[in-house]
Design a protein around this ligand. Structure first.
Ligand code: 9Z3
Length: 317
């Protein structure tokens, strides 16, 4: 049967996606971790105000081509943006649910040198392991900041790999965050697949090359942003990202996403320059953000602006 969902309504497409997705293996554990995190933070306050919470998504989703997956399609994203942004949100007093691609960049590791893990350590004469002197200041700072965030209940990390895992966990996070009303935020920096192979149409075993060239039909991933806004967490402040390679269409596409999905902010970026510059697009403004210096992270300024916009949003009647 052709699994095309062209004739279904957006709500039906979403339902079909979830109905046919493979069962999330550790959903009870995720539910429990989310519940504990949300309970803890919903009773916490920051300067006499309820603590704000943000779900930061980070890294690319994969689309498996076989149920016993040997091959998959991937989306470009190192996870650096999500990881660095998490650090700045924690610093601004937000509790962060970091929904990240397994193996992508982690918060509090963004300033560590990209050396091999083993290059950080050396064996002393009595065979104890120690951090090399050259790396010790930066490692100490990372350990300190990371433990402060986790131990004080500001950081919950949830990993995903596939588009199926990502969207199922995002839905769980969104319904948990909905209890925070407008104090909740989404910062959707993950690079999410637009196309996928529905689980029931997927080959079970490794696709054989002896059968000749591969013809494969990919189905469109339903647009979850609308459902997130309308059903899962309608009061939350929503920031999505738009990535393009063609500068001529970037801002038009960002405006379209803003209107179509009722986002509060769309952060527009180009593949060639996304580490240096982004444009934050709202209904009334386009703000270009460029990083100050070679060593700075542009994410610091992005978060500064979004925290302000979220505060304005909280003041609206
Ligand atoms: C982004 O545009 C992010 O800024 C990057 C960050 C993926 C470029 P890195 O992880 O890169 O620091 O290496 N994310 C959103 C990409 C995306 O898939 N957006 C969808 C679209 O453009 C909308 S949800 O259609």
């Amino acid at each position: 049967m052709d699994s095309s969902t062209q004739s279904e309504s957006p709500e039906e497409e979403v339902r079909s996606f979830f109905d046919s997705a493979p069962h999330l293996k550790n959903s009870d554990l995720i539910t429990q971790r989310l519940k504990d995190f949300v309970d803890k933070n919903s009773h916490a306050s920051e300067n006499g105000k309820p603590r704000r919470i943000v779900c930061v998504t980070s890294g690319g989703t994969t689309v498996p081509l076989e149920q016993r997956c040997v091959r998959y399609i991937d989306n470009f994203s190192s996870g650096h943006r999500g990881a660095a942004s998490t650090e700045y949100f924690v610093r601004a007093g937000y509790a962060v649910i970091f929904l990240y691609r397994r193996g992508s960049c982690q918060p509090y590791c963004t300033y560590l040198p990209e050396d091999s893990f083993l290059d950080f350590f050396e064996l002393s004469e009595d065979s104890t392991i120690q951090v090399r002197q050259s790396h010790s200041a930066v490692v100490k700072k990372s350990i300190r900041d990371y433990h402060a965030a986790v131990d004080h209940g500001f950081l919950l990390e949830l990993p995903f790999t596939t588009i199926f895992e990502y969207l199922q966990i995002l839905q769980m996070v969104a319904t948990s965050i909905s209890h925070f009303g407008s104090h909740g935020m989404f910062y959707l920096a993950a690079a999410v697949s637009d196309f996928y192979v529905p689980w029931n149409d997927m080959a079970e075993h490794k696709i054989q090359s002896a059968s000749g060239p591969l013809d494969m039909r990919l189905t469109q991933v339903p647009k979850m942003l609308s459902v997130l806004r309308k059903e899962w967490a309608p009061s939350a402040f929503c920031v999505s990202f738009k990535l393009e390679t063609d500068p001529d269409i970037l801002l038009k596409k960002a405006d379209a996403a803003l209107n179509k999905y009722q986002m509060h902010v769309v952060v527009a970026n180009l593949l060639a320059t996304y580490k240096q510059e982004v444009v934050a697009v709202t209904k009334s403004q386009r703000t270009t953000i460029r990083k100050h210096s070679q060593e700075a992270h542009v994410e610091e300024q992005i978060i500064e602006l979004l925290v302000e916009k979220h505060a304005d949003y909280l003041e609206q009647p």
